[in-house]
Design a protein around this ligand. Structure first.
Ligand code: AMP
Ligand code: ZN
Length: 106
């Protein structure tokens, strides 16, 4: 049984609404938004952080998912952030990409 909160979300344990999803990732709203729109792009595969990601195809697919989910959310202009490691502010150790748009408090 996984203890990873994002794996649980991907499994549907919390009925989290996915604003976008594909074969590689799910996209949902950050529970504590730092911008008018704050989405998280989360790979379906559990990888702790960017440091442990050794699949360049998956990394490319994740960036395409950033673009496609931003477009689906009606965003033309947005910032992407990947926190890697505790000292850099990573809190959830299932790699993810933040999408921030509008007024950004970060
Ligand atoms: P990071 O600090 O880069 O690890 O980002 C983790 C993000 O996950 C934070 O911005 C949290 O607000 C967000 N978060 C934590 N738990 C949940 C949850 N259950 N649903 C949505 N977002 C979450
Ligand atoms: Zn996980």
């Amino acid at each position: 049984m996984t203890e990873c909160i994002f794996c649980k979300i991907i499994n549907g344990d919390f009925n989290t609404e996915f604003v976008y999803e594909n074969e590689y990732a799910v996209v949902f709203r950050d529970i504590n938004p730092k911008a008018d729109t704050h989405l998280l792009v989360v790979p379906r595969k559990h990888v702790e952080s960017l440091n442990e990601l050794d699949d360049e195809v998956l990394l490319g697919k994740l960036m395409m998912t950033v673009r496609d989910s931003a477009k689906a959310a009606g965003l033309k202009s947005y910032r992407t952030v990947i926190n890697t490691g505790k000292e850099a502010g990573q809190e959830v150790f299932h790699m993810h990409i933040h999408i921030l748009a509008g007024s950004i408090k970060l």
